[in-house]
Design a binder for this molecule. Structure first.
Ligand code: MN3
Length: 199
């Protein structure tokens, strides 16, 4: 049985003008689906074909012989998490427990926002910027390439920002900082982050 992609949780033009329909078509239809198709090809006829996506990620992580499988599986998972990390009319300050946790961990929302922008701009090459909850505190975590806070591990992801160039190049060319501000000010889905925080 092969794995399938969850549908994009909104219309292709829902995030415009911050992320264009062209970018979402390219990113979801080509990149995300590309990772899934490669993964399905790799697991066909193997024990992994009977595992969940999360089980494949954990089993292949750190195994050099399964680096390709890990990379494609993690990229499938990361992108699904990324789509849910954004919404139309998102961004701005969170409320409730999440706001309290942001204040406790980063002093205040403005410091959090500044750290987010600095961490995203400072991530060299391709990767992901995560807000995670770890032992009751929130942290911004950068990961390279397909790496992620492992499912079932001690860091629980709340939201993620894709900082691979394909996520922003069509709309922002090399202006990654502009993409990062659009993400945090206009797109981040705090409801999704709050649901993950409470889980
Ligand atoms: Mn991507």
């Amino acid at each position: 049985m092969s794995l399938t992609l969850p549908p994009l949780p909104y219309a292709y033009d829902a995030l415009a003008p911050h992320i264009s329909s062209d970018t979402l078509h390219l990113h979801y239809d080509k990149h995300h689906k590309g990772y899934l198709d490669k993964l399905n090809g790799m697991i066909e006829g193997k024990p992994e074909a009977k595992m969940s996506l999360e089980e494949i990620i954990v089993a292949a992580h750190g195994d050099k012989a399964k680096a390709g499988m890990f990379n494609n599986a993690a990229q499938v998972w990361n992108h699904s998490f990324y789509w849910n990390s954004m919404k139309q009319g998102g961004g701005g300050e969170p409320t409730g427990d999440l706001a309290d946790a942001i204040n406790a961990s980063f002093s205040n929302y403005d410091s959090f926002r500044k750290e987010f922008l600095t961490a995203g701009a400072g991530l060299f090459g391709s990767g992901w910027l995560w807000l995670v909850a770890k032992a009751g505190r929130l942290e911004l975590v950068q990961t390279g390439n397909a790496e992620l806070p492992l499912p079932g591990g001690d860091a629980k992801p709340l939201f993620v920002t894709d900082v691979w160039e394909h996520a922003y190049y069509v709309d922002y060319q090399n202006r990654r900082p502009d993409y990062l501000s659009a993400f945090i000010d206009n797109l981040v889905n705090w409801d999704f982050a709050a649901k993950n925080f409470a889980a």
